[in-house]
Design a protein around this ligand. Structure first.
Ligand code: GAL
Length: 659
């Protein structure tokens, strides 16, 4: 049933028509040349014109696409490239942005060339001493040869090969790399293939393609497999917006997100629910993140009136083809997703659509498996939908994991979307109880990390499955960062307009939950974090539970030097497995201190939180002190309110109660 969701798309203006016009002369475009205009995404319903003539259109705002505009460009003159975009109302479940929010490139090449996205690199054989690198080049023109030089990360040539042997429009070469350095999240080692196309010995085209040497295999957790390191997927879903700076792609902002996620111990990203930016993939290649590249939030059955359902029949194949062809050489991509919670999970037509889409992925890329985030778990068990998939992905529904594992033939399950716990950074509600869909007057959620939605759960519901069931290959927590739109549980409460699901807030600052996941995921560093803050004027003598998120197994809590006892992690309850909790602490102003003990009972770490005095100053801290003067680089400056002694002031006397 339709509901009024005021904040659903971030309450930002994205509906309407926008035109872009660019006047350019292209002196490089001489006879024998080809001009390609490529869009990394255009939001949405793009129509592209050159000198007043329409060259093509593309409805889906997240799709990569290109047009050969050689016949439309006039040599020696100024050309007008125009793009018309139109966003419809009721076309998204989150803030999609609007306009040309990703790169647009015009490439002029010789007509004899590697075709667009025509080079494919795979590494089908890997041993300690030798890797086989297979490079397939789609080419156009006659009497061609392709010369390949593979360079290591320092730029030294490690292998070379030349071939003229052509099958239809493809030249394939197998090249060996001795003592290969493997790509992995810890060692994101990248090689570059320099590809040169010659016609009768004359150089016509050059492409540089970065790739990693690695194999993708999904199994239930096993014992040690020599040579291979296995990973449990400890990942997060990300929407494409960058919080306050919107959806226009910005590499520095993306890099900051990934830097924060590395510290969290996160090893993978799901681009929910659409094609990622190329910049994000480049960074994941370089920084070492596994990537699940998703395609759609809708197939033919609508979630929103003017969503992808309008385009599915005509465009789905082309959109998937372009997704795979444009991104398949990225080492980070380890899985494709054909959809998220598509209503087509119901009914036999949906089963056929899934088979059709999965076959397209396989045809375009036989090396990576396909998943779909499924929330209608009972329906997909009945219909066979879930059994067809390479990797069955379950969204939430932790109570159905066992049954799905029994019924599906794959022997593994992925938590394709998990948790959707809701919290607001630095906000704590009393009494501390676990509740679904709880709303408060101030439109915030409690940071005790026990608030969730009717369909979702707290982090521990997923954690116990990840920890205890070897066939659960990992999870994608919804979400790494808060995003614009979908302010559940305040969907209908103005002015709530951004999500509460994030592990970090909209500004990218870690919420308490960050430290809970960090204590489980980051195996390089210790975590010791305490909540809530200790400024509770008016709560003197009242029960104020204290939680500690830590990688240590035991700790002792002190209020103004008085011990509140030692808490140890235990299997008593799922919460006791991950959190140290002192439920009966009575608030008194002063110092709250936690001392962590190692398993031998020795004090090894401590943290304190004090009751701060009046706000006295604002401290500004830049995360990067030097940035490039290129108009795009960013430094994030965190403002912290301190009291006279420099203590962090967690609450300001500014009441904010709007409804
Ligand atoms: C899921 C959905 C996400 C988001 C999330 C919020 O069902 O796939 O896009 O809406 O719920 O919990």
């Amino acid at each position: 049933m339709a509901t009024e969701k005021t904040g659903r798309t971030g309450a930002l203006p994205f509906v309407g028509v926008g035109w872009y016009r660019k006047r350019i002369s292209v002196p490089e475009f001489t006879p024998g040349k080809q001009a390609i205009i490529q869009f990394d995404g255009a939001m949405s319903n793009a129509e592209v014109f050159v000198n007043g003539q329409m060259v093509g259109n593309r409805p889906y705002g997240y799709s990569y696409f290109y047009f050969d505009i050689s016949d439309y460009i006039i040599q020696g003159k100024e050309n007008v490239i125009a793009v018309r975009l139109e966003n419809q109302p009721f076309s998204s479940r989150w803030y999609p942005g609007a306009g040309l929010y990703r790169k647009v490139r015009l490439t002029i090449k010789d007509k004899v060339n590697f075709t667009q996205w025509g080079n494919t690199i795979t590494t089908p054989y890997i041993s300690e001493n030798l890797a086989k690198v297979t490079i397939r080049s789609k080419v156009q023109g006659e009497n061609l040869s392709v010369k390949i030089s593979i360079r290591d990360a320092q730029g030294a040539v490690v292998s070379e090969s030349v071939s003229t042997e052509r099958y239809a429009n493809e030249i394939e070469q197998n090249i060996s790399v001795r003592k290969p350095r493997l790509w992995s999240p810890e060692t994101p080692y990248l090689y570059t293939a320099e590809l040169k196309l010659y016609q009768n010995g004359v150089l016509k085209d050059t492409e540089l393609v970065r790739f990693g040497i690695r194999e993708i295999k999904y199994t239930a957790a096993k014992g040690f497999e020599p040579q291979w390191k296995s990973y449990q997927i400890q990942r997060v879903c990300l929407h494409h917006d960058l919080g306050p700076i919107g959806t226009a792609v910005n590499k520095a902002a993306l890099k900051r997100q990934l830097t924060i996620l590395k510290d969290l111990g996160c090893n993978a990203i799901r681009s929910s629910h659409n094609m990622p930016s190329i910049e994000q993939l480049e960074l994941c290649d370089e920084m070492g993140f596994l990537f699940l590249a998703e395609s759609f939030d809708e197939w033919k059955k609508p979630k929103v009136k003017n969503g992808y359902n309008l385009y599915f029949d005509e465009w789905a194949e082309q959109d998937v083809v372009n997704l795979v062809q444009a991104t398949r050489n990225h080492a980070c991509i380890v899985m494709w997703s054909a959809g998220n919670e598509v209503p087509d999970q119901w009914g036999s037509e949906g089963v056929k659509r899934l088979k059709w889409l999965q076959d397209i992925f396989h045809r375009e890329d036989p090396t990576r498996p396909v998943t779909v985030g499924m929330d209608q778990v009972k329906a997909v068990m009945e219909s066979g939908f879930g059994a067809i998939l390479d990797i069955p992905g379950l969204n939430y529904r932790t109570h159905l994991y066992e049954e799905a594992f029994e019924k599906f033939p794959q022997g593994i399950l992925l938590g394709s979307e998990t948790a959707s716990t809701v919290s607001s950074r630095g906000v704590y509600k009393f009494p501390v109880v676990s509740t679904a869909d709880k709303v408060y007057d101030d439109l915030q959620c409690s940071s005790y990390d026990l608030d969730f939605c009717s369909w979702s759960n707290i982090p521990e519901d997923d954690y116990v499955l990840q920890a205890d069931k070897p066939w659960v290959i990992g999870e994608f927590v919804w979400t790494g960062f808060d995003y614009l739109g979908e302010p559940t549980p305040y969907d209908n409460y103005w002015p709530a307009r951004s999500s509460y699901f994030g592990i970090c807030d909209l500004a990218g600052l870690p919420k308490d939950r960050y430290y809970l996941y960090r204590s489980l995921w980051n195996t390089n560093d210790q975590t010791l974090h305490m909540l809530p803050h200790w400024n509770w004027e008016g709560r003197e003598g009242q029960t104020t539970p204290v939680f500690v998120y830590t990688s240590y197994n035991q700790a002792e809590l002190f209020v103004n030097g008085k011990s509140q006892g030692i808490q140890r992690k235990s299997n008593e309850s799922k919460l006791n497995r991950t959190r140290l909790m002192w439920m009966d602490v009575k608030y008194e102003p002063g110092t709250l201190k936690v001392v962590a003990y190692n398993d031998e009972g020795k004090a090894v770490d401590e943290k304190s939180v004090v009751t701060a005095g009046k706000p006295h100053h604002i401290k500004l801290e830049a995360d990067r002190k030097t940035i490039m003067a290129n108009g795009e680089d960013l430094s994030y400056v965190t403002a912290t309110v301190g009291d006279k002694q420099g203590n962090f002031v967690p609450r300001l006397p500014i009441p904010c109660r709007l409804k």
